[in-house]
Every structure is written in C-alpha cells, then in structure tokens.
Design a protein around this ligand. Sequence first.
Ligand code: GLN
Length: 251
Amino acid sequence: MKIENFSINIAWLYPDLMSTYGDRGNIIVLEKRLSWRGIKPVIKKIFISTPREELENCDLIFMGGAQDRQQEIVNRDLQKTKATTLKKMINQGIPGLFICGAYQFMGRYYKAADGTVISGLGLFDLYTESPGLTFKRLIGNIVVKLAQDGKKYIFTGFENHGGRTYLGKSAKPFAQVIKGYGNNGKDKTEGMIYKKAIGTYLHGPILPKNPELADWLIEKALERKYKKKIYLEKLDDRLENKAREFIINKL
Ligand code: GLN
C-alpha cells in the first residue's frame, strides 16, 4: 500500500476540559508530521457527550492535563461510559500519550489537594497523592533521559503538578530525571510506559519540543493499523533540535 493511502484516527480526549499549558500543541504536531508525509490525520474530539463508539475507531489516543476540578468531572464520565473502552484499547497496544492529570488517571487513584479521592483506570501500577494546598507544587522546566527501541534520548518539557506519583514494583518509568521533579521529586523517575501508552508530567507541550516522541507514536499507530514495519520518512528537525539544545543548556 502506498503511504498516501494511509490515515490515522487520533482520539483527542476531552479537549474542552483536559488541556493545560499548551497541550493542544501536541495534536497540532501529530497532525502536521502526518500530513507532511502524505498521511491523512483525522482528529476525533471526544467530549462527555461523544458516544464511546467514536473512541473505539481510533488508532492513537491523546489526553492532556487539567486542574483537580476538571479531573473530577472527566472521571465521572470515564467511569460511566469510556473507561472500559480505553482500557481495552491500551491493552490491545494502541499507542497513547497521557499528560499530567491524564497520566494520573491511568493509575489506581489520585488523591486531590482537598483530599477527594478520584479513582483511576488501574492500568498503570501507580498511585498519586497531593500532600495538600499548603505544600509547594512541583513546577518548572524539566530535562529527562530515556532509552527506547535501542536508542537514547534527552527530552525536555515543563511540569506543574501538586500530585506526587509513586510507581509500583511492576511499573516501568518512562524516563529518568536529569533536572526537575518528575513523578514525585524524590526518586528521579518520570512518567510510566505500559505497552504503547505513555504517561508523563511533561507539558511543554511535549511533542513540539521532542519530535522523536511524536514519530514513535505515529510509527506504532501505523504499524498496528497496517500490520507491517513502518519506516517513516525523515523530516527536517534542525529548528526543533536547536530549540531543545538551547533550553537544555540554559537550565
Ligand atoms: N491536578 C493535577 C495536579 O495538580 C494535575 C495538574 C496538571 O494536569 N497540570 O497534580
């Protein structure tokens, strides 16, 4: 099949409620990097009112971060209608990117700053607790390192979370913190990866700053959909790399 005939349905979960610190930029990057290669991006916005069948047809999932209040609202909808579908999709190996509040949903629970406990999907072996409003939030630029598919990367982003995430024994962190706080400000772990789903505290947004991650998600989505090894055409990322180097050297 020619690459021009390829298309990817991207589920953008709760764009009206779960999108802070430029998370929307991640969708723009996926859209652009697909169309620059002649692959058709179809963005499916999944709201509370959207039936879960819309989600079922998607090849890649994205959900951004939010404040505690929005997380509670979204959680009610997830538990009522979409949690089972989402879990099934992630377990089937559909790639996903879950930022901050969305990442917290993947774990067992999130205890919000006011003590409210928001149950999670229980897919990732982790839990998150906010120590309360009097404690400092973990805010600032962050630099992390990771190895994926035999390659090493240094990624950067911006984090802003009150919740401290603790990984269980079976959890594989997404990255190791070089500068910044990461999961809890103590153990140097950042995010978690489960099958092809990544949870991370890196807003930024993360994908414009780290285009390799966008391509990894695209590649995994295409490979799953078209059942063959995909070699993505290289794009000119000189500007992105320069911007990233600049930030890393400044920190
Ligand atoms: N409300 C969550 C916290 O403070 C998530 C914040 C976010 O998504 N930026 O930990």
